[in-house]
Write a protein that binds this ligand. Structure first.
Ligand SMILES: NC(=O)c1ccc[n+]([C@@H]2O[C@H](COP(=O)([O-])OP(=O)(O)OC[C@H]3O[C@@H](n4cnc5c(N)ncnc54)[C@H](OP(=O)(O)O)[C@@H]3O)[C@@H](O)[C@H]2O)c1
Length: 497
C-alpha cells in the first residue's frame, strides 16, 4: 500500500553503520518501488562535519554497496538524492535542535512535505533519553499540525530498570501511539508469515496446543563472531542481544492466541499476554533453566578463528556470554506442560534461525514389530526464518522395499522457489509501517517491560554469582556440552540444523 502522506524523516546517527547499511538503502528501495510519497525529505544528523552534498555522496556509495535494488538510471538517483539533507550537531546541544527546526520548517515550505515528522534514533543507545528530552524541550515536536512519530532502535534499555527509565522519559514527551520501538526481526517476511500460517489456514491451529505439541525449539545461530562490535557486545551478551528481544518476539508469535483483529493493539495485547503467562524463573533455579557459554578459538569453514576473549574491544577475562539456552514454560490452557527451548549463539557452525514445533508421536506404535530397533521420528514442523526461508513438515514414510521400514521425509515450502525474487528487507517494511502509522510490528512499552521481567532473575543471578568458567565451547561447534545435557535431561535433544 503506498503511503499517501508526505513526510520528513530525521535520522539521528546518520553517519553510522545502521544508516549506511540498512536505513538509507531501505528508503531507497521504497522510493524505487514507488511506495514512498513525494515529496519527502530525509535529514541526517550526526557530529561529523558534512555538507548536504557530502551526505548524498556518502549515501550513494552506501546504496551501491548495500541496497537490494541498485539505481537503474542516474536521474532516478538524482531525484532521490535531492530529498536528502544533513544537519551536523551534537545531541546535547540545544542549538542543534534550533537549526534542525529551522531546516524542517524551510523544507516543509520549499518542498511541501506537509509537517509530518518521523524521528529515528540510530545513535548509541545512551543518547536516546537526551534526544527525546531535547526534542520535547524544543518546538520541533509540538509546533507542527502534522503527525509526529519516533522510532527507537534496539537495545531498549539493558535491564528492567533502565528500560523503565527510558519508557518514562519517552512517555513524558510522546504518547504511546507515537512511539515505535523497532525489532527488525518482526519486519522479516518469514516472521510475519507465522501469523498468516497459523491464522489463515484451517488445518494447523487445531493442532497448535498442548494436546498435540510435545515441545518447541527456537534457535538463532550465527556463524559470525562479534566482528568490529566487541565493545558493544561486552555490554550486551547473548541474553540481552538476542533473547530479550528477537527470540521472545518469536516465542510470542508462536504461542499467542488469535487476536480479535490484525491491528496494532489487539496483536500486541495477545503478545503481552504470552509474556505474562511465562512462569517466573525462581532465582535458585536459574542454573537448571539456563545454560550460558562463551566461544574459545576454533575452526569455521576450515579457517582458524580466534576466541571471544581475543576479539577487538573484549576484555581478556570477559565473562560475557556468547551463547545462551533456556527453557521457559507458558502457563496457560494452551501450553501448560509444553516446554519452549530457546538457544542462540555466536560462532556456531552455520547461520540458521528456525522455530521447530515437535508433535507428540502416535498413541500406539503399530509398526514396531516390523522394525523393532527403529525409533519412529516424531512429526516436526519447522519454520525457517533464515537463510533459505520456508516451512517444512517432517513425517514418516515407508522406505521402498519388501521390509516395512519407516524413514522421515519432508514436505518443504521455500519462499524463493514459490514466489521468486528476493523478499523486501525488514527495514523497508518497518519504515513504511511507521510512515503509515501502523505499529503492529513494533514493540509496545508493556511488552518491553515484561520481556525484561522474564529475564531479570537470570541477569541478577549471573551478576551476583561467581565468574563462569569461560571459554566453554570451541568456535565452530553448537555450544557447550552442558547445553546438550540440559535438554537431554528432559528426554529431548536439540534438532540438528
Ligand atoms: N548497525 C547495525 O546493524 C544495528 C542493528 C540493529 C540495531 N542497531 C542499533 O542502532 C544504533 C546505531 O548503531 P550503529 O551501528 O549505526 O552505531 P554507529 O555506527 O556507532 O553510529 C552511531 C551514530 O551516532 C552518531 N553519534 C554518536 N554520538 C553522537 C552525538 N553525541 N551527537 C550526535 N551524533 C552522535 C555517530 O556519528 P558521529 O560520530 O559523526 O557523531 C553515528 O552517526 C545502536 O543503538 C545499535 O544498537 C544497529
Amino acid at each position: 500500500m503506498p503511503a499517501d502522506e508526505p513526510f520528513a524523516l530525521v535520522i539521528f546517527g546518520a553517519s553510522g553503520d545502521l544508516t549506511k547499511r540498512k536505513l538509507v538503502p531501505a528508503l531507497w528501495s521504497l522510493f524505487q518501488g514507488r511506495v514512498l510519497p513525494e515529496p519527502f525529505v530525509a535529514i541526517g544528523v550526526a557530529r561529523s562535519a558534512m555538507s548536504h552534498d557530502d551526505f548524498r555522496h556518502r549515501m550513494r556509495e552506501a546504496v551501491a554497496e548495500f541496497a537490494r535494488v541498485q539505481p537503474p538510471a542516474p536521474h532516478v538517483w538524482d531525484r532521490f538524492a535531492s530529498c536528502l539533507y544533513y544537519c551536523p550537531g551534537v545531541t546535547d546541544d540545544p542549538a542543534l535542535y534550533e537549526r534542525l527546526g529551522a531546516l524542517l520548517r524551510q523544507l516543509e515550505t520549499d518542498k511541501g512535505t506537509g509537517g509530518n515528522r518521523l524521528f529515528y534514533c540510530a545513535t548509541p543507545p545512551s543518547l536516546y533519553p537526551e534526544i527525546v528530552t531535547r526534542l520535547g524541550a524544543s518546538r520541533i515536536q509540538r509546533e507542527t499540525k502534522g503527525w509526529v512519530r519516533i522510532i527507537i532502535e534496539k537495545p531498549f534499555g539493558r535491564d528492567r530498570a533502565s528500560a523503565a527509565e527510558l519508557n518514562r522519559v519517552v512517555s513524558g514527551v510522546f504518547a504511546e501511539d507515537q512511539v515505535y520501538r523497532i525489532d527488525h526481526y518482526l519486519g522479516k517476511e518469514t516472521v510475519q508469515n507465522i501469523l498468516v500460517f497459523r491464522f489463515a489456514n484451517g488445518i494447523f491451529e487445531p493442532l497448535w496446543n498442548r494436546n498435540h505439541v510435545n515441545h518447541v525449539q527456537i534457535t538463532v545461530a550465527e556463524s559470525l563472531g562479534v566482528e568490529a562490535r566487541g565493545a558493544y557486545y561486552e555490554e550486551a551478551g547473548a541474553l540481552r542481544d538476542m533473547i530479550q528481544n528477537h527470540i521472545l518476539q518469536l516465542l510470542c508469535l508462536v504461542a499467542m492466541e488469535p487476536p480479535v483483529s490484525f491491528d496494532a493493539d489487539p496483536v500486541r495485547d495477545e503478545k503481552s499476554k504470552v509474556l505474562r503467562a511465562i512462569r517466573p524463573i525462581p532465582p535458585e533455579e536459574v542454573d537448571h533453566v539456563v545454560v550460558r557459554g562463551q566461544y574459545g578459538p576454533g575452526f569455521l569453514d576450515g579457517q582458524r578463528v580466534p576466541g571471544y576473549r581475543s576479539e577487538k574491544g573484549v576484555a581478556p577475562d570477559s565473562a560475557t556470554e556468547t551463547f545462551a539456552a533456556l527453557r521457559l514454560s507458558v502457563d496457560n490452557f494452551r501450553w501448560a506442560g509444553v516446554p519452549f527451548y530457546l538457544r542462540t549463539g555466536k560462532r556456531m557452525p552455520k547461520r540458521a534461525s528456525e522455530i521447530a514445533i515437535q508433535f507428540w508421536g502416535t498413541p500406539h506404535l503399530l509398526f514396531r514389530r516390523h522394525d523393532p530397533a527403529e525409533r519412529i521420528e516424531p512429526n516436526i514442523l519447522v519454520l525457517r526464518i533464515q537463510p533459505d526461508e520456508g516451512i517444512a513438515l517432517t513425517f514418516g514414510a515407508k522406505l521402498p522395499g519388501p521390509e516395512l521400514n519407516i524413514r522421515p521425509v519432508t514436505m518443504d515450502f521455500r519462499y524463493g522457489a514459490s514466489f521468486g525474487g528476493e523478499p523486501p528487507e525488514a527495514y523497508e517494511r518497518l519504515l513504511l509501517d511507521a510512515i503509515h502509522g501502523d505499529a503492529t510490528l513494533y514493540a509496545r512499552a508493556d511488552w518491553v517491560d515484561l520481556a525484561w521481567e522474564v529475564l531479570t532473575p537470570v541477569l541478577e543471578a549471573w551478576g551476583a554469582g561467581p565468574a563462569p568458567k569461560f571459554p566453554n565451547y570451541e568456535a565452530g561447534t553448537w555450544g557447550p556440552a552442558e547445553a546438550d545435557a540440559f535438554i537431554e535431561d528432559d528426554g529431548r535433544r536439540w534438532r540438528p540444523l
